[in-house]
Write a protein that binds this ligand. Structure first.
Ligand SMILES: [Zn+2]
Length: 347
């Protein structure tokens, strides 16, 4: 068990290193004084240029008397104020970006996000559609895995359990990835504090869990005690990171580094394993690792949305759809392969 302890110490060390080095940067867009005055003005008047917003009416005319009682509740006012702010930010951003384009300047980020154009009130329609497709792909993969193990492959005669030792772990993986794609779709359609935190938290949980799974599968850790020993420090780290993001500070730079380190670690693990093993489906693994590594570059070398719709992140969501199919196909092959070798051994 020495190797993976050393490895895990390395992961924790690298992550801790980035924690210290990582610092917070405000986005260039919302630091711009023109944008700031525009938002301030808009929140007072309810208008940007010629377009005015229904949600800001309340503060501009100050008339609330003609509204029914249930619309005068403080909660409703808060909601409205909050909607007004989001409308103002959006339209001020569009205004600023038009001006920047006229001056021949490149797009900048606002509040950590590229300037996207909305469609039917959906903030990043392309990413939403792709997230939903990813969710469907994950569900399809998980369902076919389930059917294979419980209806096609033989079960252990005494316990009626599967021969494959990683069944439960892959079930959890399937649930965590479906959960993460669900929140991704919600977050990309409307980004507010809550949806953002839910999306980031579920993505971190999935990445952390899949790292644990990579270690357990590639080192072929099968007994319960060793599994607990391997996963406990990683679960502790991931939990701390999620708590930090939710209740202390949502630090995008730091989170990106943590995710890249966890992502790279599992890619490397699978790559080494695929190189060493004689697994019949190692070729599928090579493709997933190679393409997954290239896709990760899209997340790191972030570029602004083309025509206001397709950015690097959306493209990354597109690449994960075929990869998910191939990935589950590898998992099913693995279950098949392990089951038949265990039965052969038993005979
Ligand atoms: Zn996303």
């Amino acid at each position: 068990m020495g190797a993976d302890r050393v490895f895990m110490a390395l992961v924790v060390f690298v992550a801790a290193f980035f924690c210290v080095v990582g610092s917070i940067h405000a986005s260039a867009g919302d630091a711009d004084p023109h944008y700031r005055t525009c938002v301030e003005q808009c929140e007072k008047t309810g208008c940007v240029g010629d377009s005015c917003f229904r949600n800001c009416k309340l503060s501009s005319d100050g008339v609330t008397a003609d509204r029914p009682w249930y619309m005068q509740e403080p909660l409703y006012l808060q909601w409205k104020q909050w909607d007004c702010r989001s409308d103002c930010r959006y339209h001020c951003m569009l205004e600023r970006e038009k001006e920047r384009e006229r001056l021949g300047q490149r797009p900048v980020k606002y509040h950590g996000k590229w300037p996207f154009k909305r469609v039917f009130g959906i903030q990043e329609p392309v990413s939403v559609a792709l997230s939903v497709l990813n969710l469907a792909m994950q569900f399809h993969g998980w369902l076919s895995f389930f059917v294979l193990l419980y209806y096609k492959l033989p079960l252990r005669p005494q316990t009626r359990k599967t021969y494959y030792e990683f069944t439960g772990l892959w079930h959890i993986y399937g649930l965590l990835s479906m959960n993460s794609w669900f929140w991704s779709a919600v977050f990309h359609s409307r980004d507010v504090d809550l949806t953002e935190k839910l999306d980031y938290s579920s993505a971190v949980a999935l990445l952390g869990y899949s790292l644990i799974l990579a270690i357990l599968r590639t080192f072929n850790v099968r007994d319960e005690a060793s599994r607990v020993m391997v996963s406990a420090p990683l679960i502790a780290f991931v939990t701390t990171h999620i708590l930090y993001l939710n209740f202390y500070q949502l630090d995008y730079g730091l989170n990106m580094k943590v995710c890249v380190v966890m992502g790279l670690a599992q890619l490397l693990l699978w790559a080494f394993w695929a190189g060493l093993t004689r697994h019949p489906s190692r070729f599928k693994l090579w493709v997933v690792v190679l393409a997954g590594g290239l896709a990760m570059l899209l997340e790191i070398y972030d570029f602004p949305p083309y025509e206001g719709y397709v950015d690097a992140h959306a493209l990354w969501h597109a690449t994960t759809i075929p990869l998910t199919y191939l990935w589950w196909s590898f998992i099913k092959d693995d279950a098949d392969f392990r089951t038949s070798s265990l039965i052969k051994k038993a005979k």
